[in-house]
Design a protein around this ligand. Structure first.
Ligand code: GLC
Length: 533
């Protein structure tokens, strides 16, 4: 076993963290599914990209009813991905290249194939095994109605009835029964799982659906739009304080997936004895609009400051529409789960230009930044043929929501290889679009103005120049619809979201631009620049 690694510095306050969705990153054994062998082979690519850490989506044993967010055993790697020994090797090889590992823990629910749930179903009503979940008799004359009216996070039903007549709660799919977080055994088990991964060298843990675990113990009906019985409950803070105590034993970092819209409630999770950071979904959800982005930046910084936590900046992940596609739309360039529909048109030239500018914006803001695999290649959201869609979100919406597969398509590595070099023989688990050769990593590495070259250069500067990462930000006076700010040491970032080209603020050096300046040296529409004052 790898010795516990030293993570004593505050690396997480300014890190560039790359999200690997293992299933779609690189296929080492040629069976059509990405795996740990594929990741190990591509570690040099990630080192060259210049990232500080990798967050791996769940890689544990799973029936994959929800892409691995249905965990059957936290201490085993799914055989489709590899073995535990291989995960340990991967963690230590990455560390050798200066890259830390963040694992993904899913505390709200387990797989229905997890030993605990199987035992609970078998043991029957009233058993100790059932107390680990939320089993209840139904309502109605014969218990034929679900115990309450809570809506699902994925549309569709939230309760499923087992053969003996009791119902169990699942905020996601029926294959993901919710755990009862008021039970001490549930708490103890998760603290043990955290130790298990920290002892294997993980530097951090991403906490899935972190605002959902605690429930009102009475499981009361909820009024429409009232999420208080199951979202953002005060009991959660005590749970994460215990997690923090465990993490501190290893200098480990806790990162919350918190969809909590109220910024004051959100920042409570980031108090010094709770989580270290949380994903900034407010920024991700905003449209491509200067006032909106500036408002998000100001709110984010204002609410992080009192708790001393660094902000994070996220433009996309495995759950949301890819950035270039969103930003290429004529309207609704923000993100909203409720608005995802098939066939929304997007101008990818505009979207790509904006995504390039947004990359420089987010990499220059104070705090840490997340990149989702393929973002550095500027991949658009792919259209998945109906008969190949896998995501339960699509099926549970009765086909209205296209689901999340369009951002999870296997990566294109080599323009001229079968399946763009993702794997060798088998067709990838999700189809890749026929026109993706220009997005392939090898093609982009050789193209001066590609997205990959932009990201490599930006990440290099972010590491070598002063003023990036944690620290203050001061807005500069600017034309309307232009964002311009200066960081410590005179690092300036300016982004032009207006329709007209604008003069650059005073500077001594242009470090990088997301696109060419015009003939007069001005910054064109949807373009960003990094300058030295
Ligand atoms: C989180 C994950 C998402 C998953 C859900 C249920 O939101 O990011 O992919 O489906 O939780 O675990």
């Amino acid at each position: 076993m790898a010795a516990p690694l030293d993570h004593t510095d505050d690396w997480w306050r300014a890190a560039a963290i790359y999200q690997v969705y293992v299933r779609s990153f690189a296929d080492g054994d040629g069976d059509g599914t990405g795996d740990l062998a594929g990741v190990r082979a591509r570690l040099p690519y990630l080192a060259e990209l210049g990232i500080d850490a990798i967050w791996f989506n769940p890689w544990y044993l799973s029936p994959m009813a929800d892409g691995g967010y249905d965990v059957a055993d936290y201490r085993a790697i799914d055989p489709a991905f590899g073995t535990l020994a291989e995960a340990e090797k991967l963690i230590s090889e990455a560390r050798g290249l200066g890259i830390r590992t963040i694992v993904d823990i899913v505390p709200n629910h387990l797989s229905d194939q997890h030993a605990w749930f199987r035992a609970a179903v078998a043991a029957g009503p009233g058993s100790a095994e059932r107390e680990l979940f939320h089993f209840r008799p139904g309502r109605g004359e014969n218990g034929e109605l679900p115990p309450n009216n809570w809506p699902s996070q994925f549309s569709g039903e939230t309760w499923t009835r087992v053969a003996d007549g009791e119902w169990y709660l699942h905020l996601f799919t029926p294959e993901q029964p919710d755990l009862n977080w008021s039970h001490p055994v549930v708490r103890q088990e998760h603290e043990d799982v955290l130790r298990f991964w920290f002892e294997r060298g993980a530097a951090g843990v991403r906490i899935d659906s972190a605002a959902l675990c605690a429930k009102d113990p009475d499981l009361p009906d909820a009024a429409e739009d009232d999420t208080t019985p199951y979202v953002d409950r005060d009991e959660l803070h005590d749970i994460y304080r215990s997690w923090r105590a465990v993490a501190d034993e290893y200098n480990g970092v806790l990162i919350g997936e918190l969809w909590v819209p109220d910024p004051d409630r959100f920042s409570r999770y980031l108090r010094p004895d709770e989580l270290h950071t949380a994903f900034n979904f407010d920024f991700l959800a905003r449209p491509w609009d200067a006032a909106e982005l500036r408002a998000s930046i100001d709110t984010t910084l204002a609410f992080h400051a009192p708790v001393g936590a660094p902000a994070t900046w996220v433009l996309c992940n495995h759950d949301v529409t890819r950035t270039v596609t969103r930003y290429g739309r004529a309207e609704d360039t923000g993100f909203d789960f409720a608005k995802k529909r098939f066939g929304t048109p997007s101008d990818l030239v505009t979207g790509t230009r904006r995504a390039r500018a947004a990359a420089l914006l987010s990499l220059a803001l104070p705090g840490s930044v997340y990149l989702f695999q393929g973002e550095e290649l500027g991949l658009p959201e792919a259209d998945i043929p109906l008969d190949r869609i896998q995501d339960p979100m699509h099926f549970r919406s009765l086909g209205v929501d296209p689901g999340r597969d369009g951002c999870r398509v296997p990566l294109p590595w080599r323009a001229d290889a079968p399946h763009y070099g993702f794997g060798s023989e088998q067709e990838p688990w999700l189809p890749q679009p026929a026109d993706w050769s220009a997005y392939a990593a090898d093609r982009q590495a050789a193209t001066e103005d590609s997205m990959l070259v932009l990201y490599r250069e930006a990440l290099r500067l972010r590491r070598t120049e002063t003023g990036f990462g944690d620290g203050p930000l001061n807005w500069l006076p600017s034309a309307q619809d232009v964002l311009a700010f200066v960081r410590t040491g005179g690092l300036i970032c300016v982004v032009n979201l207006s329709e007209e080209p604008v003069e650059l603020p005073g500077h001594t050096r242009v470090l990088l631009t997301s696109g060419p300046l015009d003939d007069g040296g001005r910054l064109p529409q949807d373009t960003a620049a990094w300058l030295r004052s």
